[in-house]
Design a protein around this ligand. Structure first.
Ligand code: URA
Length: 200
């Protein structure tokens, strides 16, 4: 394979055999693709797999995942109804933030997934995905709940900024912010969500 060619991502969803980031290839057990329906209305984007995700091969299955699952249920959604993915698909060593180059290397796959799913709304979980997709500095705590239009995967799309689920574990005051943001996301999610239209 030519170094410049992205490895296979034929269906826009699953990646095989990528070795573009030497440090991540070294630290990962496996590539962690997104999960959930390929036609989901909502696409949640996290930072990158942690230890649990690396072990189980699925995004958000550790403590952050429990917070996300609980939050989704609270606003009338289920994990099975939404798509969940990450900016990078391989676990960074010692859970460090992905480097800019690694984010760039994996962007082809994230964009392919966004194009394939073509969600009504993208929800960025935390600072790294928010800044990565909006292409600017984001003060997540104060901007959480805001929806910004951004050109993502060649199309202008609404992006809802959220605090990372883990932030609620360290700072209980973030819980309401997180739930309110998910509630806003649910309004986009058709019948499965708590669209205010449904009450009329
Ligand atoms: N945190 C993330 O950003 N992504 C995961 O998949 C798990 C934890």
């Amino acid at each position: 394979m030519d170094d410049g060619d992205p490895p296979a991502c034929m269906d826009g969803l699953s990646v095989t055999g990528c070795e573009r980031c030497p440090a991540l290839v070294e630290s990962r057990t496996r590539i962690v693709d997104g999960t959930g329906p390929a036609d989901a209305d909502l696409l949640f984007v996290g930072e990158g797999p942690g230890a649990n995700e690396d072990e189980q091969g699925e995004p958000f299955v550790g403590r952050s995942g429990s917070v996300l699952d609980d939050g989704l249920r609270e606003v009338g959604l289920d994990r099975a109804d939404v798509r969940i993915t990450n900016c990078v698909r391989c676990r960074p060593p010692e859970n460090r933030d992905p480097h800019a180059e690694e984010l760039g290397n994996c962007r082809t796959y994230l964009d392919a997934e966004i194009q394939r799913v073509d969600p009504e709304l993208i929800i960025t979980l935390g600072k790294v995905p928010s800044e990565h997709l909006l292409g600017r500095d984001v003060a997540v705590t104060s901007e959480a709940g805001d929806i910004a239009d951004a050109t993502v995967a060649d199309t202008i799309r609404p992006v809802l900024i959220s605090v990372h689920p883990a932030a609620t574990l360290y700072d209980r005051s973030q819980e309401a912010t997180f739930t309110d943001t998910l509630d806003k996301a649910a309004e986009y999610a058709g019948d499965g969500g708590q669209s205010t239209l449904g009450s009329f």
